[in-house]
Design a protein around this ligand. Sequence first.
Ligand SMILES: NC(=O)c1ccc[n+]([C@@H]2O[C@H](COP(=O)([O-])OP(=O)(O)OC[C@H]3O[C@@H](n4cnc5c(N)ncnc54)[C@H](OP(=O)(O)O)[C@@H]3O)[C@@H](O)[C@H]2O)c1
Length: 245
Amino acid sequence: MQINGATALVTGANRGLGQVYARELVSRGAAKVYGAARNPAAVTEPGVTPVALDITDPGRVAQVAGECADVSLLVNNAGVLKYSTFIGAPDLAAARAEMEVNYFGTLSMCRAFAPVVAANGGGAIVNMLSVTSFYTNPLDASYGASKAAAWSLTNGIRVELAHNGTLVVGVHAGFIDTDMAALTDAPKVSPESVAQQVFDAVEAGQIEVLADDRSRFVKASLSRDPELIYPDVQAFWDAAIKATG
Ligand SMILES: NC(=O)c1ccc[n+]([C@@H]2O[C@H](COP(=O)([O-])OP(=O)(O)OC[C@H]3O[C@@H](n4cnc5c(N)ncnc54)[C@H](OP(=O)(O)O)[C@@H]3O)[C@@H](O)[C@H]2O)c1
């Protein structure tokens, strides 16, 4: 699909990658860009129309799908990362919160907007996933589980919506330079680079974006993950445990 002249909605558009997605859509000539956020007053990007939306509120998701009935490109960007382990976490609160936003919130948006996007010519749905959709790192284990679930949903709806002519794009990246990755000084890809790759893919009809070297390496290693991925993860974890006592 062409972004020039299209109407798009981006979730989590008030900051980080979502704000950059919205900016890139405006710069590519989108006719209208809805910037959805829990606090719409925080959506300050020029040319972007604020919309109040918490993606974990199914009633509000349904309302927004009705109010924004001209959308042909949905960008499911909103997400949370709690840096929570499976075993060491004190309880299931972080795991549930991540699943609620990253999986159920994204699923809820896809279900509400699939008919809207279809009615507007087929269009596209972009789901912001992660390199952790592909493998588990104990430091952000339950986040990875939620992104693996969101990867599964992305692959499933692509099949289910093919008859509508809807392109479904899964986007994977390691660290991106936003608030979410502020705790680490590991290499990070810029949100501008991710946004450009994603909308190039949408315009070219590509179903997957591997936005950095880490996600390209991990995806290419999946068939041999016990030997190519997990020894490094174990070594990293052992070093982290040793450093923190
Ligand atoms: N940064 C990374 O290293 C990285 C890597 C791979 C994938 N990702 C993914 O990229 C996406 C964007 O993340 P980011 O890096 O821009 O993180 P960020 O700076 O922490 O921004 C997260 C955005 O999601 C919004 N959000 C959270 N819960 C929401 C909810 N229930 N309803 C609506 N909006 C909600 C936040 O809104 P509030 O301001 O209201 O909290 C914020 O706008 C996420 O899906 C993330 O998992 C990030």
